[in-house]
Design a protein around this ligand. Structure first.
Ligand code: BTN
Length: 268
């Protein structure tokens, strides 16, 4: 029972996909909570984490009524048109807390790109820190939130075309729109979890450089792209110059190389 709601039995096609991938899911296949409709899977996972929920616990839903994105935005979460998933991670176990937290979110972006490619063949690009894009339209996003030492890592993937609000429709895309065919949603779910399990192993084993290199290889815009971002002093522009060993974005401005650790980047 979470927030007064009881976990439901997952739809059989999701249960089958998870069972088929079980040998590759590690901790991410052991404790699954499914809801046909929920406020936000991140909120449910945060409640579970605060109550001592196990690392690898997965919460997923067919629809969210209060899906949240980064920077206080709403994550449009209509029934059956996306994947809405949250997991409990314990990146503090990786040691080197200064690097682990940021690299956790980069690892999640890499894993979702990899899981989507494995399940569908579609190749998405990463935009710092962990947004997935195809031809500058947003396909998926990641929201990482701290709960004590744990991190609730939520991701949303647009699977099917949907009646997006007008302010979003020109800026988003979905797997099915890109591929021009139906997509096996349970398979995308299972493969993204399997990829997350593999990248989480890299993280816990301290293979940060492997994660950073994988991220760089999937983020063509992190080198040589003109971008803008906002600081407390106002909007800045510059040319991307890669990420450093901590996962911070480097941007060359007229005066210097700036190191960005938070905020939102716009492509110009
Ligand atoms: C973003 O790009 O702004 C991040 C979007 C994260 C959306 C997911 S959907 C599952 C989980 N539950 C939420 O409320 N948000 C995340």
């Amino acid at each position: 029972m979470t927030s007064g709601r009881s976990t439901e039995a997952p739809p059989p096609e999701f249960a089958d996909a998870v069972a088929g991938a079980a040998p590759r899911l590690g901790a991410f296949g052991r404790c699954l909570h499914y809801f046909s409709t929920v406020g936000s899977t991140n909120d449910v996972a945060a409640e579970l984490a605060a109550a001592g929920g196990a690392e690898g616990t997965v919460v997923f839903a067919d629809a969210q009524t209060s899906g949240r994105g980064r920077r206080g935005r709403t994550w449009f979460s209509p029934t059956g048109a996306g994947l809405y998933v949250s997991t409990i991670l314990a990146p503090a176990r990786a040691g080197d807390a200064g690097r682990a937290r940021m690299i956790t979110t980069l690892a999640a972006g890499v894993a979702i790109v990899e899981g989507i490619a494995e399940a569908t063949g579609l190749r998405a690009d990463l935009k710092w820190p962990n947004d997935l894009f195809v031809a500058r339209r947003k396909l998926a996003g990641v929201l990482a939130e701290g709960v004590g030492d744990a991190v609730v890592l939520g991701y949303g993937i647009n699977v099917g075309p949907s009646a997006y609000p007008p302010e979003l429709s020109a800026r988003v895309t979905s797997l099915e729109s890109e591929l021009g065919r139906p997509v096996d949603r349970p398979r995308v779910f299972a493969e993204t979890l399997a990829a997350l399990a593999a990248r989480y192993d890299d993280l816990l084993a301290g293979r940060f450089d492997v994660i950073l290199d994988a991220w760089r290889a999937r983020a063509p815009g992190c080198q040589g792209a003109r971008v803008s971002w906002t600081t407390s002093a106002g909007a800045r522009t510059g040319i991307t110059a890669g990420i450093d060993d901590y996962g911070a974005l480097l941007v060359r401005t007229e005066a210097q190389i700036e190191r960005i650790v938070a905020g939102e980047l716009l492509w110009l």
